[in-house]
Design a protein. Structure first.
Lengths: 380, 1018
């Protein structure tokens, strides 16, 4: 049982290799059968999520690289959806863990045989920015942490962290078994693994990790970061609310949507098997378009774009974790995430609901309280 | 005179009569439901808010299984049911014949306004010169001699108040549709029925004789509780604002005076009206809520009789959370002061006189018999009790001394909603049993055949527009409307006719439509609520599936009055357009048949379970009666006498014998329920006997009558002395003469032991009566005995009150104590020494008793939690089984096909348990009597291919009609239980959950037609 374990940089072995060794040890000691973790692929030097069964294949693993090519919550759900009995370590960021918790509530995944390893998160670059900065070289990951450690801005060469990350107030993973502590650490010296749950503490000791201690300066580093992020967030959401105060404003934001549906593909909590917008409900007759055009004199094509976003917002706003993937994938540069969070912040406050906070907390739509929203109930 | 046939005549269309009629209708009997007033709903029409949540909920009475046979909308507006003929404004004039074959002459009073012609324009009201107090608002507002008796009714036709009408004739002249005839006379109708249910309700005490005491009738700021109910009503005289009648200033404080005209020996009213305490609490909470807690509310009472399920919890909530003040007192007078307030002079618990001024004084006026009750009862040979209410027989709350006549509800003394509905169900059950003994059984409904299979045909909508006797001729632009409709390529034909509601026109329209290829039918006519059934008949004759027929109301548009020129036409276009869009996209829908296993499972062999089993088997269906104990009888075995007379042990012997002698009842003792699967009509339940052997029982319905257990006290030296008993033990010893006289010289009884406290915040309802009956038994045994009853509130509700009066007359001492200062007991030389605070003397008193008797109340049996889980049922906070709705569905569970009765529901008396058992049996029979039950057509379904099994729809279904089938990996809908509410469809993001006939595509087309724009599709 280890509450804190230490990965020390020594003998030329850096923290990344230390992490790989830890994951290998988890598998070798039968703590888990497999690991899902971001890896630099051997055939293309990009970072992608991978499911690794052979410890020998861990040499490209890089969960520290400041990129999230796509939110892995859905992969986690796919891997745990059926009762396979297989044990699995999931190495994820807070913005991936939180939607996964929501998916578990929605019966799309399970936590039964999962060892959840959560990364402290300093943010991510947009995918193409990361590619241009990283150039397939592992050294960029460590350069990034060094410059962040030294208080330098993340922006460089016209690239910056995703806006969603700058507005994220969840840099620390909650609801995990093991936390990979980066805040307050100098990665050139090492990092700390925190065993959060019994399961996590046992896993650390079974993996034969060296004992560590609570990293000093961690709390302060987190508080400083949170202050920056919440002030960015408040201004960011305010800007969007002012922009979308009326329908014209909303149409201005969403006007160039091309109905590619990338945002819902990227959304980790959009869990429908088939989106209602691709069903025959929205396959209109040719005649229909002419009738609509007749009524308004002009019909924007494609139709049903704002309808689509509003519907998705109605379905998702209590579950939205603000990971920003929707914005990242939009080919029309629509600030989808900023818009969704500006609404989600309100709906989540109304229900006192925070997605991903606790797997036992029921999703607001599924529960009914008699004394809820009395101001809108009949007779009030 | 023409003779009409029906199985049953139900007299009184308040909620009791409606419930009985619906229950009998659901059993397949033809019912004639009459009411002397021009509307249905009885007193409830005037009460907008009900305990505990201040909602209405009357519609929860409507049938859930086979719901399409009855109306499916607000019951405060109207009611329709295939098997019920409703005749308002009708009274019983004569009765002849005998039980099983009564001939009843009905007097149908003339409304003077033709319901079919009146379009409710109100011109008659404008010209009527007569102004009288409006009884709907309890005289707090005024009306004309031509008026609408209930503002929310449909159709909301006017009526002439013949008592006040001067026959000036102005209304006749001004009526645009010649609907008024002041010279119409009453008509008579002869009807033959097998049985009758009397549900005529109660009158309310007129406090005028107390004018000198309380200023009622003289001071505008003194009113009855029913008047106050109209004050808080949003459609009442002040639109729900709390304003002083004297000067219209906001009300700051309100006092309720309880027991006005009840518990009053001077007025020869030695009874409690049972509901006024809860009524006053509810009104005080309403006053608090509508003033955001600003108004001060105080209830002046003698005993706060909150004896029903969850009532005491509500009382505490009202007191502690809402700040309602409860003042135990005797009110002397309410004296008007110059500032418009009234000063209440009262004697408090310590016997001192206090005074406090209030803006408004509400008198909680109780029951009095309906003035015409005696005459009716004499006609039927039904006896009345001394107070003049109908007197049911023995342990039955609904049987009378006429075997073909049953009573329910407040006609036997004021009842709250749930008690009324329980009795109404019991009356229906007794009636059905009686009819069965005369060979009259209910008919089984058939599903009409559809001649045309149009599922694959392109929509061809036939549209029929009715001009309603010319009333919509001017207000609507007919040429425009017809043009618009004909422009839609799915419209086959548009016919415009006059008086579609007449048979000749219907025949003509049918001929014309049959000549076309119409496969969907849309009618624009008058009030669809009222005429839908008749007009839908046209669809049936055309052989169309019912969901391919719709009716919209064009007539109301014509006289809405407000709106510019062309507004009505525009609205008509939207109404017809939306209905057309829905119809042309709709496929025919068939009902789903669920076969019924025609056997009932009754769990619990106490008096409730045995009564339920007998009621079901008497109607011819087999029952399996499961009892975990060795023998039948339950707690009744420990009850030896009753307060009001009838012998419980004889009852027990009779009922056990009957049950044992009934071949249709399979008795399984020492058996328990392990688990249950399935849904209404087809349950599979695992039973386990004492040897651990399990068997599977297939049954269509289940009734839970698992009873309650006696609470064991942990205080007052119980268990430390042979002189300290529970009330139940004491009764047993008295019955077996095991207590010699010298051990009964001084007897102290303590009420509410372990009840109505933090741990068990509920009243066990029967302990006060038990204390009284045992006290009387002691006096029978030892006339000299001194008996002290230490109590908190004496719960002798209804006609039990006279026993309380008698007890005091016989010298039994009643001393109230407060929960914060409970009596204390120690043992002195083996005898209990009881110390308590005497409120009048204001000092501690000690009594050494030969016997200390503790009233400990009831608790749910230990097994309840496991049983509830096994059957998928819920429990309330106190651990008793939780019914579907506290007021409106007192014997149902949310899970359709499972019912409850007796003390498993909440503590109650033998007679109350038996009535509830019959009521539950009746609900069960409504399902059991059918070989198959049919779902409605518009029910929820699942598109399996896109369902992600997130189970959100299961969580949100309010009827527990959805479940996940793990083996099949799919969501399953229990079609018979589904009410088509659509909550699942709303909750499902992908559209996998949907309601048949209300698919997204059609709904979006309807919205678009309603908006008249492509707005939705931006």
């Amino acid at each position: 049982m280890l509450e804190y374990a230490r990965i020390e940089k020594k003998d030329g072995v850096d923290v990344l290799e230390g992490l790989r060794a830890f994951l290998a040890s988890l598998m070798e000691n039968q703590v888990v059968e497999a690991v899902m973790v971001p890896t630099r692929l051997p055939y293309k030097k990009v970072i992608m999520q991978t499911l690794i069964r052979d410890p020998a294949k861990l040499n490209g693993v890089d969960p520290l690289a400041p990129v999230v090519p796509t939110n892995s919550a859905r992969f986690a759900a796919q891997l745990t959806h059926d009762e396979t009995g297989r044990s699995l370590a999931l190495v994820m960021r807070p913005c991936e863990i939180r939607p996964f918790v929501e998916l578990v509530k929605l019966k799309q995944g399970r936590l039964d045989n999962v060892l959840m390893i959560g990364m402290d998160c300093l943010g991510r670059y947009e995918n193409d920015d990361f590619l241009s900065l990283d150039k397939g070289e592992t050294s960029f990951t460590m350069d990034f942490y060094r410059s962040m450690r030294d208080g330098k801005a993340a922006a460089r060469n016209n690239a910056d962290l995703a806006e969603a990350c700058k507005a994220c107030e969840h840099p620390v993973a909650e609801g995990v078994d093991i936390r990979v502590c980066i805040f307050g650490e100098d990665l050139d010296k090492g990092l700390t693994l925190e065993g959060v749950t019994q399961k996590g503490k046992q896993a650390l000791s079974k993996a034969g990790m060296a004992e560590g201690q609570r990293p000093g300066g961690r709390e302060q580093a987190i508080q400083t970061l949170l202050r920056e992020r919440t002030s960015f967030r408040d201004a960011w959401l305010k800007e969007m609310r002012e922009r979308t105060r009326d329908l014209e404003g909303l149409m201005d934001v969403l006007g160039n949507c091309i109905n590619c549906y990338n945002c819902r593909v990227a959304c980790p909590v959009c869990y429908c098997r088939e989106c209602v917008f691709v069903t025959d409900t929205f396959q209109h007759d040719s005649e229909q378009f002419f009738r609509w055009a007749e009524k308004r004199g002009m019909l924007k094509l494609p139709t049903d774009t704002i309808f689509y976003h509003l519907t998705r917002m109605q379905h998702m706003s209590t579950l939205c974790v603000g990971c920003g993937q929707c914005t990242s994938v939009c080919p029309s540069d629509i600030p989808v995430s900023q818009l969704f969070r500006s609404v989600a912040e309100g709906t989540q406050r109304l229900f006192n609901y925070e997605p991903g906070r606790d797997v036992k907390e029921p999703i607001p739509l599924g529960v009914f309280y008699e004394k809820e929203f009395e101001e809108v109930a009949a007779g009030k | 005179m023409e003779m009409t046939q029906a199985s049953v005549l139900v007299v009184g269309a308040g909620i009791g009569g409606i419930r009985s009629a619906l229950d009998l209708g659901e059993l397949g009997h033809r019912v004639c439901l009459i009411d002397s007033s021009p509307a249905i709903g009885g007193i409830l029409a005037q009460l907008d808010y009900q305990f505990p949540n201040n909602h209405c909920g009357m519609c929860k009475m409507l049938p859930l299984v086979g719901r399409e046979r009855a109306s499916e909308f607000c019951m405060r507006k109207a009611l329709f049911h295939d098997n019920i003929e409703i005749m308002p404004f009708t009274e019983v004039k004569e009765v002849s014949g005998e039980p099983g074959a009564f001939q009843v002459t009905l007097l149908q009073k003339a409304r003077q306004v033709d319901v079919d012609r009146c379009m409710g324009c109100g011109k008659c009201v404008e010209v009527c010169p007569v102004v009288v107090p409006d009884e709907f608002n309890q005289g707090l507002s005024q009306r004309k001699a031509v008026y609408r008796p209930v503002p929310q009714n449909l159709p909301n036709t006017y009526i002439i108040d013949r008592e006040h009408c001067t026959k000036c004739g102005k209304c006749m002249i001004h009526c645009p549709t010649q609907a008024i005839d002041l010279f119409l006379i009453d008509t008579q109708k002869l009807i033959q029925v097998g049985a009758m249910v009397l549900a005529g309700g109660t009158g309310f005490f007129d406090p005028a004789p107390l004018r000198d005491l309380y200023g009622c009738g003289a001071h505008p700021n003194v009113m009855t509780s029913l008047q106050f109910e109209r004050i808080v009503s949003g459609v009442g005289p002040t639109q729900g604002r709390l304003l002083r009648p004297s000067d219209g200033r906001p009300i700051r404080s309100i006092a309720w005076i309880q027991c006005v005209g009840s518990r009053n020996l001077h007025l020869q009213r030695d009874y409690c009206s049972s509901i006024c305490c809860m009524f006053a609490l509810k009104e005080a909470v309403l006053a608090k809520e509508s003033s955001a807690g600003e108004v001060d509310t105080a209830v002046f009472y003698m005993d706060m009789r909150t004896y029903g399920k969850d009532f005491y919890r509500y009382q505490r909530w009202a007191q502690e959370e809402q700040g309602v003040r409860l003042i135990r007192s005797r009110v002397h007078t309410a004296v008007p002061l110059e500032d418009g307030t009234l000063s209440i002079r009262y004697v408090d618990e310590e016997g001192s006189i206090q005074e406090e001024a209030f803006d408004l004084v509400v008198l909680s006026t109780g029951q009095v018999p309906q003035p015409n009750l005696r005459g009716l009862m004499e006609k039927l040979g039904v006896s009345l009790n001394t107070a003049g209410f109908a007197a049911p027989q023995g342990f039955s709350q609904v049987r009378t001394d006429n075997p073909g006549v049953f009573v329910c509800g407040s006609v036997t003394g004021l009842k709250d909603i749930s008690e009324t509905l329980i009795q109404a169900g019991a009356a229906a059950a007794e009636t059905a049993t009686f009819l069965a003994s005369k060979g009259v059984v209910g008919s089984t409904e058939a599903i009409p055949e559809e001649k045309k299979d149009v599922a694959r045909a392109a929509p061809r909508v036939g549209i029929v527009l009715c001009k309603c006797m010319g009333s919509t001729e001017q207000s609507l632009d007919w040429a425009y409307l017809k043009g618009r409709l004909q422009g839609d390529r799915s419209v086959e034909t548009v016919l415009d006719v006059d008086q579609l509601c007449s048979e000749e026109v219907l025949d003509e329209v049918l001929r014309r439509l049959e000549a076309t290829q119409t496969n969907r039918l849309l009618m624009g006519a008058c009030l669809p609520y009222v005429y839908k059934r008749k007009l839908r008949g046209l669809g049936v004759r055309l052989g169309l599936n019912p969901v391919l027929v719709d009716v919209v109301d064009l007539r109301s548009l014509g006289f809405s009055g407000n709106g510019s020129e062309g507004q009505a036409t525009k609205e008509a276009e939207v109404l017809l357009g939306t209905a057309l869009e829905a119809l042309k996209r709709r496929d025919p829908l068939s009902v789903v048949s669920v076969p019924v296993t025609q056997r009932a499972l009754v769990v619990g062999g106490g008096i409730a379970g045995m009564t339920a089993a007998l009621t079901i088997s008497q109607t011819g269906f087999p029952v399996t009666l499961v009892e975990k104990d060795q023998g039948l009888g339950g707690r009744l075995r420990h009850i030896y006498h009753t307060l009001d007379g009838p012998d419980p042990h004889r009852l027990l012997a009779d009922v056990v014998k009957q049950v044992e002698d009934t071949p249709g009842i399979q008795i399984l003792t020492e058996t328990e329920v392990v688990e249950s699967k399935g849904s209404v009509g087809a349950f599979r339940t695992v039973l386990r006997d004492k040897d651990g052997k399990e068997r599977i029982l297939e049954h269509g319905v289940a009734i839970l009558a698992t009873g309650a257990a006696a609470a064991r006290p942990a205080q007052y030296c119980y268990g430390q002395s042979d002189r300290v008993f529970t009330q139940e033990e004491f009764e047993e010893l008295l019955a077996h003469f095991k207590l010699p006289k010298d051990r009964l010289k001084t007897v102290v009884m303590i009420q509410c032991v372990g009840s109505r406290d933090e741990q068990r915040p509920y009243c066990s309802r029967v302990c006060c009566s038990a204390a009284l009956k045992n006290a009387f038994k002691v006096l029978e045994w030892n006339k000299e005995a001194r008996i002290y009853v230490l109590y908190r509130d004496l719960m002798t509700y209804g006609f039990l009150e006279e026993h309380y009066t008698r007890a005091r007359a016989e010298g039994i001492r009643f001393i109230p104590y407060k929960p914060e200062r409970k009596p204390e007991v120690s043992l002195e030389q083996g005898l209990p020494l009881v110390r308590f605070q005497d409120p009048i003397l204001q000092r501690e008193v000690q009594i050494k008793a030969e016997a200390l008797v503790l009233s400990t109340g009831m608790v749910p049996p230990e097994d309840t939690e496991r049983l509830a889980a096994a059957l998928g049922l819920e429990r309330n906070q106190d651990g008793f089984l939780l019914e579907a709705d506290a007021k409106w569905r007192p014997v149902d569970f949310l899970k359709e096909g499972v019912f409850l009765c007796g003390t498993a529901h909440s503590p109650r008396s033998i007679a109350e348990s038996m009535a509830q058992a019959k009521s539950a049996a009746q609900r069960a029979l409504a399902i059991l009597r059918r070989q198959e039950i049919f779902s409605a057509r518009m029910v929820a379904d699942v598109k399996r291919s896109i369902c992600t099994l997130c189970e959100t729809c299961v969580a949100v279904c309010p009827y527990e009609a959805r479940r996940v089938d793990m083996e099949e990996g799919m969501i399953v809908v229990d079609m018979a239980a589904c009410q088509g509410c659509g909550a699942c469809a709303v909750a499902c993001p992908s559209g996998a959950a949907f309601v048949r006939g209300l698919e997204d595509k059609a709904t979006m087309a309807v919205i678009e037609a309603a908006l008249g724009d492509a707005f939705a599709h931006i």
